[in-house]
Design a protein around this ligand. Sequence first.
Ligand SMILES: Cc1cc2nc3c(=O)[nH]c(=O)nc-3n(C[C@H](O)[C@H](O)[C@H](O)COP(=O)(O)OP(=O)(O)OC[C@H]3O[C@@H](n4cnc5c(N)ncnc54)[C@H](O)[C@@H]3O)c2cc1C
Length: 380
Amino acid sequence: MIHDAVVVGAGSAGLSCAHTLQDGGADFVLVSDTLGGRICYSADEGVNFGAYFVMANYHNAEKLITRRTRIDPLSCRFHDGRGKSFPTLSLNTLRRAPGFAVFGAVMANFIRHYERFKKDCEYMSQREAMERDPYIARLFHQPAERLIAHYRLGKVAEDYVSKFSYACTGVDMGTITALDFLNVCQGLVLPIHRFSFDEKAELGRLGDHFVRGVVTGHSVTDDGLHTVELADGSTVQAANVVFATPPVVTAEFLGLGEVRQTCQLYVVHAWGRLRPVFADQEMNLFPFTSPVIFTARQDDGSFLIYSRLPEIDLSEYFIEHEVISRKGWTKAMYVQGRAYIEQQYGDSTYVAGDHNGLGLEPTAITGVYAAHQVLNKLAR
Ligand SMILES: Cc1cc2nc3c(=O)[nH]c(=O)nc-3n(C[C@H](O)[C@H](O)[C@H](O)COP(=O)(O)OP(=O)(O)OC[C@H]3O[C@@H](n4cnc5c(N)ncnc54)[C@H](O)[C@@H]3O)c2cc1C
């Protein structure tokens, strides 16, 4: 049987692609070894081991998840890594008021451009959408630290914003692009929520379209018939293929050139009693000099601790603690380098995911875009 499309990978990109194909009435198969990918919500523990929050403007990704509690930006403590810290609202915030005003204006301008860019990206490639908006293209090619210097945001960035960006990406201002930086910083000015992902409901929605398996090979004939091979020896054939796998995996399947490099993130879920300096706010945010990125109190009183090293000494932060579970991501987020990956190869091979930008919403949009290309062809 030859399907309209085979989608490989069921993270935010692959699921958004599959939903759009399903809504458009296409005959497709979604093949993946996991459902949700780096969404990675644990229903047993009620916590997120992958993506931690969604923003109010996640119009596509929100179709995949259920919002839970709102994260309170006023309940954060910002640490300087040398023993000094201040909560979100303090005398230091007042001192930084002029810098915050500039930051607010930069964010307002960015969000105006970015909302239009994201909408464009549902129907045109990211390259075309960037050609329509040179402001976004400039941000894509610029390190965040240059943007910070340009707007003289040094102190506000050092005390607050860079710590939030580090919490979202695990990297510093010299590594991340200005586009990724402003993208994640929307979380400082828009409502953000923890969320859950209902794997059973997703399986119910996809029904026979979903095949759990590992794809080990892909080939395409001269007349455009794609064959995807699975580890169990079975194959799926289709007129179109969408690789919604992580960039390194997609690059290997399609022989792509350079992709962005990843950061590593390690998550510990623990019970415990924090030391007094860490205990008064919901979250503690640390600077890049600290291997611990942030700690976050959960609804049931337990804690998530994110770090960029596999082993950290939790007794520095807790008077007493008990680890419930751990999750390590050796390829967490594709945030390093300026490589750009096209979204279409030939007539019928599409790429979706976080090749050119991070986060659940940008990746969901790449899946929607790939599905629109397939549906457009079917409509002709
Ligand atoms: C610790 C952490 C925290 C994060 N925090 C946030 C956050 O707070 N907010 C936010 O918006 N984003 C966050 N992100 C980023 C976000 O999770 C990712 O950008 C997004 O989930 C990527 O989605 P994707 O579909 O492109 O890739 P993935 O989610 O990686 O999906 C790829 C899919 O492909 C499958 N696959 C891979 N190889 C094969 C194969 N050979 N055969 C079959 N299937 C295969 C995988 O199993 C998976 O289902 C975080 C990421 C991490 C790791």
